[in-house]
Design a protein around this ligand. Sequence first.
Ligand code: 13P
Length: 254
Amino acid sequence: MPLRPYIVGNWKMHGTRAMLSEARAIDRAAQRHMKVEVAIAPPYTLIHPVHREAEQIVVGAQDCHDQESGAHTGEVSAPMLADAGAKFVILGHSERRQGHGENDALVRDKAQAAFNAGLRVIMCCGETEKTRDAGRAVAHVKKQLKASLPEGIEDAAEKLTVAYEPIWAIGTGKTATTDDIAEMHGEIRKLLITLFGEEAGSEIRILYGGSVKPENAGEILSVTDVGGALVGGASLTADSFMGIALAAGETEEG
Ligand code: 13P
């Protein structure tokens, strides 16, 4: 049974309690689109409030620390996220890799900490424009992904999701061509089968992220091996976010 399309909103550093009404609207709409799994990753401060109110959508976080607890001022651990109601965590986002100096080894340790706390992981990978122009996008992404994943993940199809986000497509309005997405997702699929075996490797959802909007979602989500979308800007209003979820549901029916 293939898993449902997975549409995840990454709110990044957007959202005060005033945004809870938007989360409620997303939750109500998600109840009418059960063929699609809808999730949002708000800022830390909104995880518990969204969790308390949501009936349908799943709530997650955008990062976690690699230790369970300790003298780490300003940090939040995976067990704390689980305690607040988070069910998953996005890790290895390019804004953390580039903006906060996170390397593959640290991202891998964070993923292990998240699994230990019972969280699911959305593992991000992606290349810069320079790397793509140099013809090294596929090799770069495969190396980055392999080095960022812990070994021996149990129930990998359930617990792990991969998000391919070309860095040059994030927040720019540019998207990769469907041919490039198909090539990259196909290569990621092969890697996942090598790492986790035929059964789990074929089922793990591979999301596309980078300027996904209601207008381009149908085309992107119908590409082979695209199992959903990781959405930034367009996830901040229920209207545009659920427009993407609707496109995912239609792809599923078709
Ligand atoms: P945008 O949808 O705003 O391009 O952001 C994509 C992203 O980084 C999601 O994690």
